[in-house]
Write a protein that binds this ligand. Structure first.
Ligand code: C5P
Length: 313
C-alpha cells in the first residue's frame, strides 16, 4: 500500500493527478424515464491535468487554485468533497481530509474537470486513509458521483456506454496533438442535454452498434487525418444554439488547417486536432489572435487516468 508522503515541514500529503478528456465521438439517444440519455462515446484522456492534494484533517474542507479557481464552489456541492464523503461512508472510515485542487481543466467546459477532481479525490483519500478499495469498488463509487468520473480513473482511450460510465478500453496508436479553445463562461451539461431534447424531440437517433467504426479504425491505425474526419458530437448543435459564438471558433480552427474540429462534450470548449505540436501552437495563436477563444491550451492524448505522483519540492 502507498504510504502518505511526509513533507519536510507539514503533515503527510497525497498528491493525485487526473486528466481532462475529449469525446472523439459522442452519440446520444433519446432521453430515458430516469432523465438520462443513453450514449455511446469514445473518450480520450488529454494532458490537461487536475492535481488534488489530500492532507489529513479533522474536518472535510477544500481549497482551489488556478486561473479559474474563483468559479469553483468550495462547499459541500463540490464533487471532490462529495467523493471524499462517499468513500468515507462506503469504507466506514471516520476521518477528515483537506483537499486542495490545482485546477487546469476549464470549469464547466465539457472536458470533465470536475469529474477528474472527483476521480483524483477518490484515489487520494483511499491512499491517505489506507482504505485499500479495489479498482472495482472505486469504479462503483465513481459512477455514483457522475457519468464521467469512471473515465477519470481509467484514462487512456475508452468506449463509454450507458450514461458514459460503462467503459471498454479501446486500442489507440501514437500521440494526437490538440488545441482547446477555452471560453471564460461555461455551459451547464444539464442545460445542453435539455436543449438537445428540445431540438431533436423524440427524433434522437437510436444507437446502433458500429457507428464509431471509422473512428476506432483511425485510432488503431494511428491515423490523425482519418481521426480528424471521423470526429462527431451529437451535442454540438445544442451547444451552438446556447453559445452561437462557438461557430466562429470552429470556423477559425478549420481555416488554419485543423485536421478536425469539434465541440468538446457539452461545450463550450472547442477541440481542434493538429498535425503536430508546432501546428497545435500555430492554431492556438490563431484562435486567440482572432478573439474566438479567451484562452487556448495545447495538449496531447491519450494519457493515463488518475494516479499518485510525488509532490514537487
Ligand atoms: O452524470 P452527471 O451528473 O455528470 O450529469 C449531469 C447532467 O447531464 C444530468 O443531470 C443530466 O441532465 C445530463 N446527462 C444526461 N445523460 C447522460 C449524462 C448526463 O442527460 N448520459
Amino acid at each position: 500500500m502507498t504510504q502518505p508522503r511526509a513533507d519536510h515541514d507539514g503533515p503527510p500529503e497525497i498528491r493525485v493527478r487526473a486528466p481532462g478528456k475529449v469525446n472523439l465521438g459522442l452519440r446520444v439517444g433519446p432521453r430515458e424515464p430516469d432523465g438520462y440519455h443513453p450514449l455511446v462515446t469514445v473518450f480520450q484522456a488529454v494532458s490537461v491535468y487536475e492535481d488534488v492534494v489530500a492532507t489529513a484533517s479533522d474536518d472535510m474542507t477544500l481549497t482551489v487554485s488556478g486561473p479559474q479557481a474563483h468559479l469553483v464552489p468550495t462547499d459541500g456541492t463540490n464533487l471532490a468533497l462529495r467523493a471524499a464523503q462517499a468513500l468515507a461512508e462506503y469504507a466506514g472510515i471516520d476521518a477528515g481530509v483537506h483537499l486542495h485542487i490545482e485546477k487546469s481543466v476549464p470549469v464547466a467546459g465539457g472536458m470533465a474537470g470536475g469529474s477528474a477532481d472527483a476521480a483524483a479525490a477518490l484515489l487520494a483519500c483511499d491512499a491517505l486513509w489506507g482504505a485499500g478499495l479495489s479498482r472495482e469498488q472505486l469504479h462503483e463509487l465513481a459512477a455514483s458521483l457522475g457519468s464521467d468520473v469512471p473515465f477519470g480513473l481509467v484514462g487512456h482511450t475508452a468506449v463509454g456506454s450507458g450514461r458514459g460510465d460503462v467503459l471498454t478500453p479501446a486500442l489507440s496508436r501514437g500521440e494526437y496533438h490538440w488545441v482547446f479553445a477555452v471560453r471564460d463562461s461555461g455551459l451547464s451539461t444539464a442545460r445542453v442535454y435539455a436543449e438537445f431534447d428540445a431540438m431533436t424531440g423524440a427524433g434522437a437517433a437510436s444507437l446502433g452498434p458500429d457507428s464509431d467504426l471509422e473512428l476506432l479504425q483511425a485510432l488503431r491505425a494511428g491515423d490523425a487525418l482519418a481521426l480528424g474526419r471521423a470526429l462527431r458530437n451529437d451535442l454540438q448543435p445544442a451547444a451552438l444554439e446556447l453559445a452561437p459564438e462557438l461557430a466562429e471558433t470552429l470556423a477559425t480552427a478549420d481555416d488554419v488547417g485543423a485536421l478536425g474540429v469539434i465541440v468538446s462534450g457539452s461545450g463550450p470548449t472547442v477541440a481542434a486536432l493538429a498535425r503536430s505540436r508546432t501546428h497545435a501552437q500555430a492554431i492556438a495563436t490563431a484562435l486567440t489572435a482572432a478573439g474566438v477563444a479567451d484562452t487556448a491550451l495545447t495538449a496531447v492524448g491519450p494519457v493515463p487516468g488518475a494516479r499518485l505522483v510525488a509532490s514537487p519540492g
